[in-house]
Design a protein around this ligand. Structure first.
Ligand SMILES: [Zn+2]
Ligand SMILES: [Zn+2]
Length: 155
């Protein structure tokens, strides 16, 4: 049983948006008990179990089109950084939203994550030198020199 975590992972896929521009990933968060909206914290708990972080993008209708339904002409662009994929594009009470997801990665050497970067002596946060979003692992810029050296020794 080495694949327990990866089996739970939600894998990026190409959105199949409907005529209104909506789409939800088949493995996206579903509120318990068939409720329409999750309770406070429920979504965040799901993210944590899945090892994900999220960003929300809001759709703004052009003036004069406020009453229109859907967002078929909307092509949200991913947030800064790598590894983002669409979890859901759906309507809310106010406007359509796009929920971007990505797997948080942990440095295999020092254990820093997307959430908690380590910093060098100039207080510059590290970045990923090598990252495998699907596996949730990476090597950060602080650790890369040592890691490359170790790799060379191992071979
Ligand atoms: Zn590191
Ligand atoms: Zn780091």
């Amino acid at each position: 049983m080495t694949n327990v975590i990866s089996e739970q992972r939600i894998l990026p896929m190409e959105p199949q948006r409907d005529e209104y521009g909506f789409w939800t990933h088949p493995d996206f968060f579903e509120p318990a008990d068939g409720r329409e909206y999750g309770e406070l914290g429920e979504f965040n708990a799901w993210l944590e179990v899945k090892g994900l972080e999220y960003e929300i993008d809001f759709y703004e209708r052009d003036d004069g089109h406020e009453d229109e339904f859907g967002c078929a002409d909307w092509h949200p662009s991913p947030p800064r950084g790598d590894g983002w994929f669409i979890g859901s594009i759906h309507d809310t009470e106010d406007y359509p939203v796009c929920i971007w997801l990505r797997h948080l990665c942990t440095c295999m050497s020092c254990g820093c994550t997307d959430d908690h970067a380590c910093v060098d002596e100039h207080d510059t946060p590290c970045h990923w030198v090598k990252v495998d979003r699907a596996a949730g692992t990476g090597i950060c810029s602080q650790c890369a020199p040592d890691w490359l050296e170790k790799l060379a020794e191992d071979n």
